[in-house]
Design a protein around this ligand. Structure first.
Ligand SMILES: Nc1ncnc2c1ncn2[C@@H]1O[C@H](COP(=O)(O)OP(=O)(O)OP(=O)(O)O)[C@@H](O)[C@H]1O
Ligand SMILES: [Mg+2]
Length: 299
């Protein structure tokens, strides 16, 4: 029997693992400017998975999560077929068994700094997700308080930034308030931990779902793909600080004059290597652990 593929995203695949569980597999694919590049970044899937597991442990008292196990020994036998000739070995460190959740129709974004689409909105209208902010803030400025700034989960096209009131209309007051409290609490804890390692979590996106009647942290958690990490020594208000992990890719792509429409140019080996280093360093600095101690390390 083979596991049924239920969802394929740009970076991850989701398989039905029976017993109300999914197998979530993070690939080594990388996207930049919303386009998936042809060259995989070795170990990126392991970094995304190790990072999620690291944070879920640190946040366990803030909310339950969907994680059952990332131990390759716990993967269903059928998973070996997904790894081709290498069997489950090819999935080691990149796959997580999770509980199926009933997902909220929201992207639960928390912003600690004014950047990206938040900065674009503020510059145009002085608001952030419809709420007025003080005048005169600069790009990448730290917000007085981290803000819960949800967006819709668009099945096609781009997600739309919405106000807290619009989130209440979508999921109800009690759920929206609980989601906000969980996400802001998780952001505060994570941002403080990362800051002590010289990394700023500018913003991050959580996805929450209901498991056994309780809101739980699902999806990936505080990874480089769901968050903006900045090296603290490269941050200054009024600038657009480099992202910790994808910057070598973005810089190189910018230098080619590519029009950001597929197909993207082929990444040279040294850009792949530099990007891999960044992902591994982000994990190791933030977690204080070595990636070689995580499942799936090549000896
Ligand atoms: N425990 C869970 N139960 C049910 N659905 C989940 C769970 N955890 C995550 N999901 C959903 O699984 C999907 C994971 O998809 P993935 O992130 O790989 O791709 P995507 O978000 O559709 O696209 P993108 O490539 O833009 O990220 C998301 O729709 C997410 O909401
Ligand atoms: Mg996603």
């Amino acid at each position: 029997m083979s596991l049924e593929l239920v969802h394929a995203g740009k970076v991850r695949e989701l398989y039905d693992a029976g017993d109300d569980m999914f197998l979530m597999v993070a690939s080594d694919r990388i996207s930049a400017f919303d386009v998936v590049l042809a060259e995989p970044i070795p170990d990126k899937g392991r970094v995304l998975t190790a990072m999620t597991v690291h944070w879920l442990a640190l946040l366990a008292d803030i909310a339950p999560s969907h994680l059952v196990s990332a131990d390759p020994a716990d993967l269903p036998a059928e998973a070996s077929a997904l790894g081709g000739a290498a069997g489950t070995g090819a999935l080691a460190g990149r796959a997580m068994l999770v509980r199926k959740a009933s997902m909220l129709p929201l992207e639960c974004i928390v912003r600690g700094y004014l950047v990206g689409s938040g900065w674009a909105e503020y510059r145009a209208s002085g608001t952030l997700h419809g709420t007025s902010l003080p005048k005169g803030l600069e790009q990448a400025e730290r917000l007085p308080e981290p803000l819960f700034t949800p967006s819709t989960k668009a099945t096609e096209g781009h997600d739309e930034n919405i106000s807290f009131e619009a989130a209440v209309d979508l999921v109800g007051k009690e759920t929206a308030e609980e989601a906000r409290d969980i996400c802001v609490g998780a952001y505060r804890r994570a941002a403080a931990a990362a800051e002590s390692q010289g990394i700023i979590v500018a913003d991050t996106k959580f996805e929450l779902g209901v498991i056994d009647g309780r809101l739980a942290l699902c999806d990936e958690v505080l990874t480089p793909d769901s968050s903006r990490f900045w090296p603290a020594d490269r941050w200054a208000p009024g600038t657009n600080p480099p992202s910790f992990d994808k910057q070598p890719v973005r810089d190189w792509l910018d230098g080619t004059g590519w029009d950001k429409k597929p197909p993207p140019p082929a990444l040279p080996a040294e850009v792949v290597t530099a990007t891999r280093e960044r992902y591994v360093t982000a994990y190791e600095r933030i977690s204080g652990k070595s990636l070689s101690d995580w499942y799936g390390a090549t000896p």
